[in-house]
Design a protein around this ligand. Structure first.
Ligand code: AMP
Ligand code: ZN
Ligand code: FE
Ligand code: FE
Length: 283
């Protein structure tokens, strides 16, 4: 069966592999297609595309936008986006500024908690990529304040945690419209992170987003169990949304997630790519 991975992060955001390393790894893993979907940036796409060409690997340009949502976390994936789009560029610039304003606030809170952390130390971990909480988590692991990235989130960095600082970001509608303006296909990322209490609540959220122009939903995902994957697939059919899938590979920032394989038994059929292409062609 032909397989793909449509959700990955590189050093352009909070992943630890360069776009080149990621594509080479995808080739080794035997994947037929790969998308790079860094948080709020398209900076990794040119190198990813170039390496994919060299490695004879199908490459789908992507981006993952952070979206404001009251309860859990909402992320919106955009596939086949035109990186040259002015609308996309303007929005990314705004979100990147919001991130840059937020990082010092997280650092300050950690300092108040007695941890000698500096912006400079985080910049060194981020290697010039866009800084996110996983970089800060890696610092806390490396200095022995916590045992794992997961523990760093639980103890300090999670939404509402003692070192958490919110970033003002896009509304779901604005994010969907921006992807559409950039000729991309907007897809709801990892629906489990919405923390919907049941299927009905999830459906309600999805149908609202669909009315705003959503075209797909990420069904196959590292943190989705079989039952939740089936629920997502069912909702995707009911609302005529493309079913996509990805591991959310981050390299060292999430060492328990393998490219194309998630926690071990994730398999993302290539038919997801075909459905995405059909959606793009219908735009
Ligand atoms: P940020 O972009 O700074 O808001 O951070 C979001 C990133 O943190 C995403 O890549 C998430 O996958 C990651 N993240 C959120 N919660 C956790 C957690 N509990 N363990 C590991 N990574 C997490
Ligand atoms: Zn990330
Ligand atoms: Fe995400
Ligand atoms: Fe992600």
């Amino acid at each position: 069966m032909k397989l793909c991975d449509l959700h990955t992060h590189t050093t352009a955001s909070d992943g630890s592999d360069t776009p080149e390393e990621l594509i080479v790894l995808a080739k080794k893993a035997g994947l037929s297609a790969i998308s790079i979907t860094d948080h709020d940036t398209t900076a990794g796409l040119p190198m990813g595309r170039q390496t994919a060409k060299r490695e004879d690997m199908e490459f789908i340009p992507g981006v993952e936008l952070s979206v404001s949502f009251p309860k859990g976390n909402m992320h919106l994936l955009g596939y086949f986006i035109n990186e040259g789009s002015d609308a996309l560029h303007e929005v990314l610039k705004r979100v990147q500024k919001a991130r840059a304003d937020r990082n010092p606030r997280i650092i300050e809170r950690l300092q108040t908690l007695g941890i000698p952390i500096t912006m400079q130390a985080i910049e060194e971990i981020a290697l010039g990529g866009q800084i996110g909480r996983p970089h800060i988590a890696r610092f806390l692991v490396e200095r022995g304040y916590v045992k794992s990235v997961g523990q760093a989130f639980d103890k300090y960095l999670k939404k509402g945690g003692p070192a958490y600082a919110p970033k003002s970001i896009l509304s779901p509608q604005e994010a969907i419209e921006t992807v559409r303006k950039a000729q991309g296909v907007p897809v709801l990322a990892h629906p489990f992170s919405l923390m919907a209490k049941d299927k009905q609540e999830l459906e309600q959220i999805v149908s609202g987003l669909k009315a705003q122009g959503l075209m797909g939903i990420e069904c196959y995902y590292s943190e989705h169990d079989e039952g939740f994957t089936a629920t997502c697939l069912e909702i995707s059919k009911k609302y005529d949304l493309v079913a996509t899938g990805g591991s959310d590979y981050h390299g060292k920032a999430k060492p328990y997630i393998k490219l194309g394989r998630g926690k071990g038994n994730l398999r993302i059929p290539y038919s997801c790519v075909e459905a995405l292409k059909a959606a793009r062609d219908a735009l």
